[in-house]
Design a protein around this ligand. Sequence first.
Ligand SMILES: NC(=O)c1ccc[n+]([C@@H]2O[C@H](COP(=O)([O-])OP(=O)(O)OC[C@H]3O[C@@H](n4cnc5c(N)ncnc54)[C@H](O)[C@@H]3O)[C@@H](O)[C@H]2O)c1
Ligand SMILES: [Zn+2]
Length: 354
Amino acid sequence: MSRDLTIHSAIHDYTVNFVDDFTKSLHGLVTPDDMLLIDANVADLYKDRLQPILIKFPHIIIQATEEKKNYTELVPIIEKLIQLGFRKNNKIFAIGGGITQDIATFIAANLYRGVEWYFFPTTLLAQADSCIGGKASINFGPYKNLLGNFYPPWKIFIDLSFIDTLPRKEIVSGLGEMTHFYFVSGECDYQVMRESYSKAFDDKTTLEKLVHRNLNIKKATIEIDEFDRKERLIFNYGHSFGHAIESVTGYRIPHGIAVSYGMDIANFVSLKMGLIDESQYQKMREVLQFNWQEVPLGNIDINSFLNALRKDKKNIGSEVRVILTRGLGQMFISSLNIDGQADNWIREYFTNQI
Ligand SMILES: NC(=O)c1ccc[n+]([C@@H]2O[C@H](COP(=O)([O-])OP(=O)(O)OC[C@H]3O[C@@H](n4cnc5c(N)ncnc54)[C@H](O)[C@@H]3O)[C@@H](O)[C@H]2O)c1
Ligand SMILES: [Zn+2]
């Protein structure tokens, strides 16, 4: 069965192809006028396979850190593109995870008012989630993901063998991010994630099925609401609380793991509000806990956490916008007054639940 997908977009339709050898797809498309943007760790780990391409085609190596995903850090990359004679009809080929993707999307969308670009995601998070949807998020000074736009690649090539070199905590981060799509989807997908989780680490068939299903869950929603105005907002489930965790831990906790803690906090608040009962809460927690083993949360300064939550960019006025749940597949947008009762619930969560 073909696992390839076409994503319909108001900007342009694009495809996702599952491939066995990314170098073949790259060789078939890239020309000497194009530019490769490659994650430094990937360039190093895959140097033998990339060497025949790198000696022939211009490339820029990117350090995949949050510091480098900053607006000012894009300047040297754009300068280099211009210096090397990159033009509007040339193409960018990005090879890396979500950081490389965000940098490539932002530059491809803005340089010469838009150039064609292609993406080879190398992390599980990028393969299963971020590669589709078209979002770019760039940090501005200390503010994470403050600048951005929508500009999907023309084609995406998923080579699951990249996952062989990915550190375990990055695989868990990918599975954590995927868990939130599976929970939003409902009971049936929850069961699939619960049963497949442990196999995903060394069985590529299981991993490919999980990635493919994740992309399909996301595709169904982004095709209705590509620009995050209504239906797609549900995928912020776990994210407001997760971003606050990333912020107060200085990004020590990888994104997908922070989101897994974030989902548990959203579920705990939902439990306290009487939206779900204890058994529903524990049922979801059973799977969420798989994602916590690799990176324990450690001590969280609750006041800093609450302050980070107050500053979330999705907030409107003094209320904190969050996604709560009435159970699997029943997430909904809500707002919390965290100076009121929610303050006590969050304090109780960090004191007793973790
Ligand atoms: N644009 C979007 O839709 C979107 C969605 C989710 C997250 N993001 C952003 O993506 C970033 C996180 O991305 P990510 O989790 O994909 O990882 P990443 O790009 O931050 O990479 C994580 C680490 O893994 C390394 N790496 C990448 N591929 C590897 C491989 N195959 N083998 C070994 N090491 C490898 C990288 O060098 C880096 O050290 C965050 O900045 C987040 O804000 C963007
Ligand atoms: Zn996310």
